[in-house]
Design a protein around this ligand. Structure first.
Ligand SMILES: Cc1cc2nc3c(=O)[nH]c(=O)nc-3n(C[C@H](O)[C@H](O)[C@H](O)COP(=O)(O)OP(=O)(O)OC[C@H]3O[C@@H](n4cnc5c(N)ncnc54)[C@H](O)[C@@H]3O)c2cc1C
Length: 348
């Protein structure tokens, strides 16, 4: 008998499974690999301040140290690097916005994350007539690499079954039975597929499609993540990811000409040096109306749970919140009300 079946090996399922295993639990992950899921396509950026409104990201003080520590430790375990700590250069689009950033420097919640102000036109490769604002700690996680390493590890340990999970094989009573597998609990981490999960389709997801380009430029600086209306993230050898778009209607993994044109136009406004587009991907983020993830066991069914809704910030959220969820599962620690799915029981 397993302690946990986890459905889905995206960021949510992988980190939850890892943390449960660290606590000595036996886990079986059921996941059908799909290269177009949110975690596979994501740029992996984390940053402490949300640019447009210049406010501190929810729980940044707790989430960022936990995330940096988690991804660094995991890198040490696998003898490689998953996390790349890089400052973010915010490029204001007016004097008004630049002044707003300067005001935020003296605010208790945002000030410590604003590391430096750069004078107008400090970067000849960029259009930055109103200067630039440097933020840290920030950076990105190579999610494709991280998930590939974890997948191999789970497979080697006999903890991952590559299969499509089918509810017709699931029996829920005091224990969980899935085909010939028995488990004490099952936790669903299926990303947007949770919208058709019979136990959790009442949860208020608001999925958003995102598209991201890969570009090549010999002359762009590689030591910053640049952020204006579009972010530009150096991924090595003069390649960069550039994105992302937001779209709430056409929820599929098909890259569109419209998004490519939009991103390309935004890049031309930001970048003064030549670049070429070498790749283009799309996926759908498991976002939530209230912009807070979902965690918890289904009301009245204490062995069926969910960890999902990481939205646009899975990299920052998942290490801290999965540890918190594990403490809830194993040590009965109370879940934060913002993420506890019990708040949606009236939608059942
Ligand atoms: C274009 C784009 C850019 C992004 N950029 C960033 C960023 O810079 N920073 C950031 O923090 N976040 C970013 N995100 C968001 C990030 O991808 C998500 O927050 C996070 O990866 C979601 O992880 P997840 O595990 O919940 O879902 P998913 O990644 O969707 O994983 C779900 C897994 O479940 C599996 N699954 C589902 N149903 C079944 C089934 N029936 N049987 C078997 N397996 C199943 C899927 O195959 C998949 O492996 C971005 C997303 C997109 C689309």
């Amino acid at each position: 008998m397993k302690d946990f079946i986890i459905v889905g090996q995206g960021l949510a399922g992988s980190i939850l499974a890892w943390n449960l295993m660290q606590e000595g639990c036996s886990v079986l992950i059921i996941d059908h690999f799909d290269a177009t899921t949110s975690s596979q396509v994501a740029a992996g950026v984390y940053l402490p301040i949300t640019g447009r409104r210049i406010v501190r990201t929810w729980m940044a003080d707790e989430l960022i140290p936990c995330a940096e520590d988690f991804y660094s430790s995991l890198g040490k375990f696998f003898n490689t690097d998953f996390i790349h700590q890089l400052s973010v250069l915010e490029i204001p689009d007016s004097v008004k916005v630049y002044n707003e950033w300067q005001m935020r420097k003296s605010h208790a919640d945002t000030g410590k994350y604003i590391a430096r102000f750069h004078a107008p036109d400090s970067f000849s490769e960029l259009n930055c007539p109103y200067g630039a604002v440097e933020l840290k700690p920030s950076g990105y996680v190579d999610l494709k690499k991280l998930l590939a390493h974890l997948r191999s590890y789970f497979v080697q340990n006999g903890s991952l079954k590559d299969a499509v999970f089918d509810f017709k094989h699931l029996q829920v009573s005091d224990t969980i039975r899935y085909g010939d597998i028995e488990s004490k609990n099952i936790i669903f981490c299926e990303g947007i597929a949770a919208q058709s999960n019979p136990y959790f389709r009442h949860l208020p997801f608001q999925p958003s499609k995102g598209e991201v380009l890969t570009i090549h430029s010999e002359l762009l600086p590689q030591d910053y993540i640049i952020n204006k209306s579009v972010f530009v993230l150096p991924i090595g050898n003069h390649y960069f990811k550039a994105g992302s778009t937001y779209e709430w209607k056409e929820l599929n993994n098909i890259p569109t000409e419209a998004a490519r044109e939009k991103l390309s136009r935004q890049l031309k406004e930001l970048i003064r040096v030549p670049f070429e587009i070498t790749g283009h991907l799309a996926s759908v983020r498991p976002s939530v109306k209230a912009r807070r993830p979902f965690a918890g066991m289904r009301s009245g069914i204490p062995n069926v749970g969910i960890f999902n809704g990481l939205g646009t910030k899975g990299v920052m959220l998942s290490p801290y919140l999965s540890r918190h969820f594990v403490n809830h599962l194993l040590k009965k620690e109370k879940l934060m009300p913002e993420i506890d799915i019990a708040q949606y029981d009236d939608l059942l």
